[in-house]
Write a protein of this length. Sequence first.
Length: 460
Amino acid sequence: MPAWLRTALIVGAPVVLALVGLWLWLVGFFAKFGADGLMGELAVPFVLALVGALGMAGGLALVLGPSRGRSDRLVRAVARAEERATPSGALGTASAARIEVDLDRLADRLARAVGHLAEQRDRYESVLRGMDAAVFAIDEEERITVTNPAMLELFNLDADPVGKRYLEVVPPAVEDCVTEAQQGRVTRVELELPGEERRHMVAYGSPLGAGPGVAVVLRDVTAVRHLERIRRDFVANVSHELRTPVSVIQASAETLLAGALDDPRHARNFVAAIERHASRLTRIIAGLLDLARLEAGQRGLAKERVNVRAAALRALDLVVGPADVKDIEVDIELAEDLDLLADTKGVDQVLSNLLENAVKYSEQRGHITVTSASEDGWVRIAVADDGPGIKEKHRKRVFERFYRVDKGRSREQGGTGLGLAIVKHLVLAMGGSVGVDPGEPKGCVFWVRLPLAKDLPPAA
């Protein structure tokens, strides 16, 4: 029912009832004294009074109705507030159950939100731990806020540097990268860090969203730059190694065609030069193909028992001629019952390449010794010479293809520059290791380490 109608009924009903009651009393009063005509005269004013009372009630209703409606709404709101403020024990069972359900839903949503945040945090930490690049972040005060294990390993840190200023931890060379990132720019800077072994780093800097922080990723590219240098050196060296014999062959052939064929004495020399350099080309190409197969894992290597002394004697047979020419003495000091777990042809090639290298660089009337030692399931075979030796700066690179300590002397000796590289790849493919040490009092010692044969039938 509208508010104004309720107000009209409340205000007008008593007035109407009072007028009707007065009318009935007057009717009875005048009837008692026989004054019915007077009642007819009073009827019109009475009706007007009744209509006026109803009109006044309606007016009051229009004025008071909206206020009463607002009052009703206020009363209902207060009642609801009081209901909410009432202790749970005073609430009805339905209200208590409804509140409990709402609280459970709120707790579930909160638990899901917390679980989602924890999952994101764990995922973020897993990514950081799994990265091989060093990562750190700093705040507006340039203090480290985040690191990862690779960061600690890269800079040999014993404790997490969180809270320290980043320049107390990382080299000053990183500062330019950080400065660029602080100015809102994503940047990439290549650095060279000083030390006993120079390291090449690439630093990536980026601002952390809209805040003042910066994140920096440091990647060690020393090995990559080393491989790039080896590739450049390889291209340059192989071009030179191939160009020399090709040039000799071409020049000899042109000379023969120009008329030297008619001179038997000179013709023979030119043909011998062609044959000699063609053989060198063949060895270079064969060595390159052998290395390619080893690197690609396409050369099948057996796991069989190989007698070390027998393999060394087979290798000695291949170099006995050049050794006799230089009057070089070769001593094989190997036990007869020492066996390796390796590939027979691979071991033969390793030992023949090492002996050939030793004979090539030994002085006239020099001395070469082949020895072995076994320890903890491994056999170490060493080939020592008394030649000029190898300086420390060259030792790490002598196993690279075409690397030469003395380029002029090496080419005079007629080597391909691939022998030691093949030794390294063969030994690694058979599960061993290889290296070179300085000799005493001079020369050098090339060694290989291969697994000792166990629980296999004796070598034939």
